[in-house]
Design a protein around this ligand. Sequence first.
Ligand code: CTP
Ligand SMILES: C[C@](O)(CO)[C@H](O)COP(=O)(O)O
Length: 248
Amino acid sequence: MSEEASPHRTAAVIPAAGRGVRLGPGAPKALRALGGTPMLIHAVRAMAASRAVSLVVVVAPPDGAPGVKNLLDDHALPERTDYLVVPGGETRQESVRLGVEALPDDITAVLVHDAARPLVPVETVDAVVEAVHEGAPAVVPALPLADTVKQVEPREKGEPEPVVATPERALLRAVQTPQGFDRATLQRAHRTMPGVGEGATDCAGMVERLGAPVVIVPGHEEAFKVTRPLDLVLAEAVLARRRANDGF
Ligand SMILES: Nc1ccn([C@@H]2O[C@H](COP(=O)(O)OP(=O)(O)OP(=O)(O)O)[C@@H](O)[C@H]2O)c(=O)n1
Ligand SMILES: C[C@](O)(CO)[C@H](O)COP(=O)(O)O
């Protein structure tokens, strides 16, 4: 996909300021190695692989922006893409807001992609971009659920939680990133909605609360989020298979 015939200029914002508490002790999650390369670099390459993406904004840990700039300089990245690093905030919502505020004025479409989803295929990125360029204000890649989901009444840790409802699984989707937005819609959502507590867990949810439509495109099983140690084992296996298939 190319920007040449498009009136859009598309940027990707990569929130990478999280600590990775659920992954366990160590460096901030985005900086941990996957196949010998920081997870963040995989995520940056995944966004820059789309010819539609002309700018990648990395939202670094609050005190880690200079180190992340050095990291980008030290790794081979597509030259047609520009790169910018800004310091992040206390929550994902705050980090994304800081990334969006750093966008140059000529950007019209924005992808928001977790550094923690390093292996998203370019076909998924392009499908999201295409739907935004065709006029959707907000686009989310997602997959049907394998597990049945229960809604519960939360209790203290260790206490059995009463089940309140079993939503119809066929109507549910597990949501991934990159989520794609018309820039004005995303900016309005972030400017009008204060971050409460841990903040919104995804930007599309904020756009829904604005009353704007959000649509789903097919996600990909390799776009999973590295959250817990077992996810890293899976990510290493997927990467090893790709490298074996590519012969490098
Ligand atoms: N203050 C924060 C918190 C999260 N993120 C980013 O948001 C994405 C999704 O968050 P998650 O997987 O929850 O990452 P962490 O917050 O690092 O994980 P944990 O909750 O286990 O600490 C990650 O790329 C993470 O770096 C961010 O930029 N700023
Ligand atoms: C945006 C997201 O990846 C969609 O599934 C997810 O909500 C991020 O949640 P996290 O708790 O910040 O990992």
